[in-house]
Design a protein around this ligand. Structure first.
Ligand code: PGA
Length: 247
């Protein structure tokens, strides 16, 4: 079974999410796990429409790195859990660059998410300059080690690491499937060196995934899922991607 993560980003009002999720929930073939990461304001609609549905999970897109208190405008782990979220995205490159999130804060967010029994989608990825100067592995190792610092090995099973090259997000460009597979293999190596070779982590690929390329990425030995942005905004396109898996 593969895991498909739909990142809605800052799109959809609650009423739009309702229409979107009704289409998805009524036509999803349930063969693979689908995690729909909605804006905070759509989570209650998501909980109402997705709860109890086979292989359909609800995700949020961010979490505060503090537990509670005087943090105006922030959303806590407990709030997400109570609102029905099963997962939360942490460390997306848009948050790292536009909202200046750093490794320390990402590590705190992961710990708070774990404490609140949320699954985590941890995004990591290199910039184009880093890729062109052969720094991909080094950058990923640093991002992963900062994010997972102080975690117990058994907590890793709650984490999906999404490899999202920054240059591939929203650009229409992607690495080759075999390059993605090599990076995923490297990430698994880092995890087994830092924890043990029994550590379980799922690896997803994200960045300009569409109906044409999704299946070729999912055929990679080391890839367990996909994180999809713009191509998931049309529910019928997302359903087509889901039904094409394994073809
Ligand atoms: P994209 O976005 O599929 O539109 O490239 C992916 C992401 O940012 O998670």
């Amino acid at each position: 079974m593969k895991t498909i993560i739909a990142n809605i980003k800052m799109n959809q009002t609650p009423s739009e999410s309702k229409d979107y999720l009704m289409t998805i929930a009524s036509k999803n073939d349930e063969r693979n796990e689908l995690i729909v990461c909605l804006p905070f304001t759509s989570l209650s609609v998501g909980e109402f429409l997705l709860k109890g549905k086979n292989n359909l999970k609800l995700g949020a897109q961010n979490i505060c790195d503090e537990e509670k208190g005087a943090f105006t405008g922030e959303i806590s782990g407990a709030m997400l859990r109570d609102a029905g979220a099963d997962y939360v995205i942490v460390g997306h490159s848009e948050r790292r660059s536009k909202f200046r999130e750093n490794g320390r804060s990402i590590n705190k967010k992961i710990k708070i998410a774990l404490k609140n029994r949320l699954g985590i989608i941890l995004c990591v990825g290199e910039s184009l300059t880093e890729k062109n100067t052969s720094k991909t592995n080094e950058v990923l190792k640093n991002q992963i080690e900062e994010a997972l610092k102080g975690l117990y090995e058994n907590e890793l099973e709650n984490i999906i690491i999404a490899y999202e090259p920054i240059w591939a997000i929203g650009s229409g460009k992607t690495p080759l499937a075999k390059e993605i597979d090599q990076v995923a293999k490297y990430i698994k190596k880092v995890i087994s060196e830092d924890f043990s070779n029994k550590a379980v982590t799922r690896i997803a690929y994200g960045g300009s995934v569409n109906l044409k390329n999704a299946n070729s990425f999912l055929k990679c030995k080391n890839i367990d899922g996909l994180l999809i942005g713009s191509a998931c905004l049309d529910p019928n396109n997302l359903l087509q991607i889901l039904s094409s898996i394994g073809e």
